[in-house]
Design a binder for this molecule. Structure first.
Ligand code: SF4
Length: 488
C-alpha cells in the first residue's frame, strides 16, 4: 500500500519540506551512497533498470537527474518516462526535497536570477509538480492542493494584489481568475455564497466547477511555488555575495553548467535545431530593411536596440528559436563570439550610424544597451565573462512592432503568413532557397538537355556516317545474298 502523499512532494518550500532538510543536517553527506534512496528508486513503478546510469545513488546525483529529466523531456525525441519514473514516486519525497535545495543553492551561488539556469530550474519545478499531480488520485490531488494553498495563502479572501508578483511576471493572467470586489475567489463555499443568487438557469455548483474548480486552484498553486522558487534562488544569490559558499555547492554549480551546455549543444546542433547560416539580406522583412537604412529619431533607439539587435543576432545564430523553444546563450552557438563581433555587431553599429541623428553620437549609452540585449549585461562590448548578466532578447512580435514602431511596418505578401520578423526571415529564406534549388535544377536540366540533345545530334550524325553495325552487317549480308542470288 502506498504512503500518503506529503505536501513536500509538490512543494519543496513548505514547512514540512524545511523540516526534512533540517533533519538531514549539513551538506557533508550529499555525496555519500544512500541505500534508502537506491531502494526507493529501484522499487518505483515502471522504472527502467536496463541502465545503471539511470539510478541516482546519492543526493547530488538525484539533483542532476532532476535537471537531466527536464532537458531530455523538452528536447529529446527519444525521451523515455521510464528512465525517470522514480521522480514521480511519492516515496522519494524526502530525498527529492534535499535534491531541490542542493540545486536551488548551487544555481543561486553560481548564476544570477536572470540566468537561463535559474529560469530552467523554475520551469522544471513547475513541470515536475504538474506531472506529479497526474500520478495522484482525484481525491489525493484535491486534498494536497488545498493543503498547499492553505499554507501559501494565509488570508481567507485573497486580494488580487496578493498575486501581484506572479501576475506581473506573467506566470498567470487576471483573466484566468474569478474576482469579486478585488478578491480572488477560489473556495467553493465562498463562490456559492457570493454568486448563487445571481446565477439563474444553471446549477451554481456546476458553474463553480466550470469556472474555478480544481484546474484554477492547481494553476495558482503551481505558479506560486514557481514564484517562491525564483525568489529563493534570488535570495541565495544575494547571500552568496556575503557568505563563502560551500565547496560542494560550487562543484554542483559546475556540473549544472556543464550538463546544460553539453545538452543544449547536443540537442540543438546534432538534432537539427540550431543552424547558423550566413545572413541573407534578401530574406529580411520590410521593417528590418527600413531599419538597416537608418531611422529617424522618434523610432531610432527602439528600432536599433530592441528590433535590429535581436533580429540580426537570432537570424544569424539561431533562427529556429521560436520553433525549438529552448533557453540558449550566444556562446552556445558562437563560443568565441567571433560571429557576434565580426558579423553581427558591425551591421548593427553601421545601421545605428545611418540614423538621423546618428544613434551613438546622440546617445552613446545605447551601445551598452545593445550589449545587454545580447545577454552580456550593461557593458561596452559582449564578453564571455559577463554572459548571463542579462537575457538574450528575442525579436518582438509584429503586433508589438505595429504598436511601438508603426512607421517601420510596411507589410508585403510574406507578412500575411507570419507573426514575427524572424518567422518572416525563416519563411522567406526557405522560399528563396527553394527557388534557388529550382533554378539550379532547371539550369542542370537545361545543361542535361543540351548534353542529351548534342548527344542525340551526334548519334544522328553517326547514324548517317556509320549506321548501326548490326544493321550494317545484316544489310551487307542481305546485300551480298541478294547480290549473290542475283549473280547466281
Ligand atoms: S508585418 Fe511584421 S515582418 Fe512584416 S513589416 Fe510588419 S513588423 Fe515587419
Amino acid at each position: 500500500m502506498s504512503i500518503m502523499v506529503s505536501v513536500a512532494f509538490l512543494n519543496p518550500l513548505s514547512d514540512k519540506a524545511e523540516q526534512i532538510v533540517r533533519d538531514i543536517g549539513d551538506l557533508s553527506k550529499i555525496y555519500d551512497k544512500n541505500s534508502d534512496l537506491i531502494h526507493a528508486v529501484d522499487t518505483s513503478k515502471s522504472q527502467s533498470m536496463s541502465d545503471n546510469q539511470n539510478i541516482p545513488e546519492n543526493y547530488v546525483e538525484l539533483a542532476i537527474k532532476r535537471m537531466e529529466w527536464y532537458i531530455k523531456k523538452k528536447n529529446d525525441k527519444n525521451y523515455n518516462y521510464k528512465d525517470y519514473a522514480f521522480l514521480f514516486n511519492r516515496e522519494i519525497t524526502r530525498f527529492d526535497v534535499v535534491a531541490f535545495f542542493i540545486l536551488a543553492q548551487a544555481i543561486g551561488i553560481k548564476f544570477n536570477s536572470n540566468s537561463r539556469e535559474s529560469k530552467l530550474f523554475v520551469d522544471l519545478q513547475g513541470n515536475i509538480i504538474e506531472e506529479r499531480l497526474e500520478e495522484l488520485s482525484i481525491s489525493e490531488r484535491r486534498d494536497v492542493c488545498q493543503k498547499i494553498l492553505d499554507e501559501l495563502i494565509l488570508q481567507d479572501n485573497v486580494k488580487w494584489t496578493f498575486l501581484e508578483e506572479i501576475l506581473s511576471s506573467k506566470k498567470i493572467s487576471l483573466h484566468e481568475l474569478i474576482l469579486d470586489k478585488g478578491e480572488i475567489i477560489l473556495d467553493k463555499e465562498d463562490f456559492l455564497e457570493r454568486f448563487s443568487d445571481k446565477i439563474s438557469h444553471r446549477n451554481p455548483e456546476r458553474m463553480y466547477e466550470l469556472l474555478i474548480g480544481d484546474p484554477v486552484k492547481e494553476l495558482i498553486m503551481i505558479k506560486m511555488i514557481m514564484q517562491k522558487t525564483e525568489d529563493y534562488v534570488k535570495k541565495v544569490n544575494e547571500m552568496s555575495q556575503k557568505v563563502e559558499p560551500h565547496p560542494y555547492l560550487l562543484e554542483v554549480g559546475e556540473k549544472i553548467s556543464k550538463i546544460l551546455s553539453e545538452n543544449i549543444k547536443y540537442y540543438t546542433t546534432s538534432h537539427g535545431g540550431m543552424k547558423g547560416f550566413k545572413l541573407n539580406s534578401e530574406a529580411f522583412p520590410p521593417c528590418i530593411k527600413l531599419t538597416l537604412n537608418g531611422v529617424e529619431s522618434g523610432n531610432r533607439n527602439d528600432a536599433i536596440v530592441l528590433l535590429l539587435t535581436s533580429f540580426l543576432s537570432y537570424a544569424r545564430l539561431y533562427p529556429s528559436i521560436f520553433r525549438d523553444n529552448v533557453s540558449v546563450k550566444i556562446s552556445d552557438v558562437d563560443p568565441e563570439l567571433k560571429i557576434t563581433q565580426n558579423e553581427i555587431l558591425p551591421l548593427i553599429y553601421d545601421a545605428a550610424q545611418r540614423c538621423n541623428p546618428p544613434l551613438f553620437d546622440d546617445d552613446p549609452q545605447e551601445k551598452l544597451n545593445i550589449t545587454a540585449k545580447l545577454g552580456f549585461g550593461v557593458h561596452e562590448l559582449p564578453e564571455i565573462k559577463n554572459e548571463g548578466e542579462s537575457k538574450w532578447y528575442t525579436p518582438m512580435s509584429c503586433d508589438k512592432i505595429k504598436i511601438h514602431l508603426p512607421a517601420l511596418c510596411k507589410p508585403d505578401k510574406t507578412c500575411k503568413k507570419i507573426g514575427n520578423p524572424l518567422s518572416y526571415y525563416k519563411s522567406k529564406s526557405w522560399q528563396l532557397n527553394k527557388q534557388g534549388d529550382n533554378k539550379e535544377k532547371s539550369s542542370k536540366d537545361k545543361d542535361k538537355n543540351n548534353v542529351d540533345k548534342s548527344k542525340s545530334d551526334q548519334d544522328n550524325v553517326n547514324k548517317v556516317i556509320n549506321p548501326s553495325p548490326d544493321k550494317s552487317v545484316k544489310n551487307t549480308k542481305e546485300a551480298d545474298t541478294l547480290n549473290g542470288s542475283d549473280f547466281n
